[in-house]
Design a protein around this ligand. Structure first.
Ligand code: AMP
Length: 283
């Protein structure tokens, strides 16, 4: 079933709760891939009914970013969601989410100042604001996010904790292509040659993680290993490659288990991000 209005979403959720059903929620921007669908599977494993939202949130895009050309294919998304037995597709439009005069924003903490937040000012305020609104409309018991967007997941976890939200969070592992490339709606921007080069992103993370497994924990050496690995892929231009603390996201001088290596690159005009958790690695 599909719901497009805020009131309709609230009524449906209230009915489910009254019937004692646990609501699982997967927020997305659509152009679905297997990574999104595994979040649905993870939500289903811990809930009775699953809501997926598809909303390309204008608030999280900067003025020079890809909002207008962000890939969209609702008929295909419908078929993929139905194939994974999503109970409700919530499809609000921008006027529903941000009627005129809706100016309030969620202000993220300092963890939003690093990495993606540095390159994309205002991005995380946009993300947290839309997630806050979606949580109010869907009223989920549990919501599932992807480790692919590690900083986003950490900031949402902090928002839920800081604002006493009665929502359990699940962060599901990154789904990858056979060659290691993390699935992303933005991969559709890549030309054939760019796609071949893009494998360098996960190759760089894997190189750093292998060095870590061999006993190296100095962040600068791990970062250097990733950069050296990336030199094999001249089409990939690094924006940042860094070792960061798991929750605060601050740069770490030494990588303990659970620390992250975060990477952002450009391949042609396409921006890709990925990460690995030290101790877990890339499957
Ligand atoms: P998006 O539609 O790209 O905003 O992503 C919606 C949700 O799917 C977010 O929680 C993402 O972290 C998650 N996601 C995107 N790509 C992947 C992936 N390759 N593996 C796991 N989760 C993902």
């Amino acid at each position: 079933m599909e719901i497009t209005t805020a009131a309709g979403m609230r009524v449906w959720s209230a009915d489910q709760r009254a019937a004692g059903r646990r609501i699982g929620f997967v927020p997305t921007m659509g152009y679905l891939h297997e990574g999104h669908l595994r979040l649905v599977d993870a939500a289903r494993a811990v809930s009775d009914v699953v809501v997926m939202s598809i909303f390309v949130n204008p608030l999280q895009f900067g003025p020079t970013e890809d909002l207008t050309r962000y890939p969209r294919d609702l008929p295909r998304d419908r078929a993929l969601a139905a194939g994974r037995h999503v109970d409700v597709l919530f499809l609000p439009d921008a006027a529903t989410m941000y009627p005129p005069g809706s100016d309030t924003r969620v202000v993220p903490g300092p963890a939003a100042g690093w990495w993606e937040g540095e390159v994309r000012p205002g991005h995380f305020a946009g993300v947290l604001t839309v997630v806050a609104k979606l949580f109010h409309l869907v009223m989920p018991d549990v919501s599932v996010f992807g480790q692919k967007d590690a900083q986003q997941a950490a900031l949402i976890r902090q928002m839920v904790r800081d604002l006493d939200w009665p929502v359990a969070l699940v962060v599901a592992p990154t789904t990858r292509e056979a060659d290691g490339l993390a699935l992303s709606s933005r991969n559709s921007y890549l030309s054939g040659e760019e796609r071949r080069q893009a494998v360098g992103v996960s190759a760089a993370l894997r190189a750093a993680h292998e060095l870590w497994r061999a006993g190296e924990t100095a962040a600068d050496r791990l970062e250097a290993a990733a950069r050296v690995a990336l030199q094999m892929y001249p089409g990939v231009r690094p924006e940042y490659i860094a070792v960061a603390e798991p929750d605060a996201l601050a740069p770490a001088a030494s990588a303990g288990a659970g620390c992250l290596m975060l990477i952002a690159v450009r391949v042609g005009s396409t921006r890709l991000i990925d990460n690995v958790i030290f101790g877990e690695g890339i499957p």
